[in-house]
Ligand binder design. Structure first.
Ligand code: 5GP
Ligand code: ZN
Length: 124
């Protein structure tokens, strides 16, 4: 039980094999655009639209369900940051998306919000 708890805590701090944890730690480069105390935002490496940002918690949660259940305040911070960046990078028309589970298209099991839009702020 003790060990289980410790492992859970560790998992929420970092995951050795997780690409997004490595972006947070700086071990993998990313086009970072903003950060808050508990979140980091960077450009998706394979953009699906003109604007394609990812906003992640700095700590490791496998998906938005785990984030919501463990740290609702961090999820709130992440949503505020995602909407703020969406306003800054688009003309106000955008999508926020959390793919959750492999059958829904989740490929990186570190919670993240996609900010998607073809309506960039400057029209480019
Ligand atoms: P998912 O499919 O899990 O919802 O989204 C994962 C996203 O992460 C994908 O859109 C993918 O292009 C992006 N991605 C995967 N590896 C990297 C990486 O190393 N750097 C960045 N910036 N994005 C990545
Ligand atoms: Zn992670």
């Amino acid at each position: 039980m003790e060990l289980g708890l410790a492992k859970t805590r560790l998992n929420h701090m970092t995951e050795a094999s997780c690409i997004f944890c490595k972006i947070v730690s700086g071990d993998i480069a990313a086009d970072k655009i903003a950060e808050t105390a508990n979140t980091l935002a960077f450009r998706d490496i394979a953009p699906l639209s003109k604007v394609h940002l990812l906003v992640i918690p700095k700590k490791h949660y496998k998906d938005v369900v785990e984030l919501s259940e463990s740290s609702p305040a961090v999820l709130g911070e992440l949503m505020s940051q995602a909407t703020k960046l969406a306003q800054e990078h688009t003309n106000g028309s955008f999508k926020l998306q959390f793919n959750t589970g492999s059958e829904a298209g989740q490929t990186i099991f570190h919670a993240h919000a996609h900010v998607l839009s073809d309506n960039s702020k400057d029209g480019s």
